[in-house]
Design a protein around this ligand. Sequence first.
Ligand code: SF4
Ligand code: FES
Length: 243
Amino acid sequence: MADRDLNQYRVEVSRSEDGISAGVRRFVVQLEERMTVLDALFQIQREHDETLSFRCACRVGMCGTCAMSINGVPGLACKTRPKELGKGVLRLAPLPHLPVIRDLVVSLDPFFKQWKEVLPAFRPADANAKTPAVIPASSEFAQAIPRKRDCITCGACFAACGVKATSGEYLGPAALNRAFLRILDPRDGAKKERVERINAERSGVWRCHTQFNCGAVCPKKINLTDTITRLKRGLLFPGRLMR
Ligand code: SF4
Ligand code: FES
């Protein structure tokens, strides 16, 4: 069998325990072309330091648990190939603006606190309906939502948001995107409460400064700035959320 084509990387990992920084540790790993940052972390754990902490589950970009800062940009470790970053050095750190539990593992409590604020679960307008609601694929709602529905709650947009960095109250891009989907849904029975929450002065859409960081880092390529802009427009001109 032909030798595998390996590339060498220096990996710098921010370490911490109980919220106290333990500095940066450096490792050298050998990776095949298609291997990912997550593969590099497993290699470090296996061959250099079994105490290194990071989180993952699906390993295929579906669960959102492996989000971290990769060379200064929030992203998924399981979907990022060092080869594509074009450098021989990987700088890995926990997602910013979230409490660090240990090494690369953060608590997503602040993210989900804001997520819950927009009443994320479906609340039917008619809880006693006997027939299932039908949303034709050709309807404006069905056409508008496919990609925006793909959020995996990874927290990357939350961590990348410049406003979120300085305002704990701001709902943040993912929660606003969730609110958008619910508000647009013709079956929604909690529109009034949701609209009040996204329109709140200190936490709602008006805090967004259109920096585009959120959409740039979203692994599901959700155009979050578009979502927030549509929400603003819908608040100013009711009935114009879609356009
Ligand atoms: S909107 Fe994108 S970046 Fe934000 S939590 Fe969802 S998947 Fe992650
Ligand atoms: S491990 Fe599930 S998204 Fe990376």
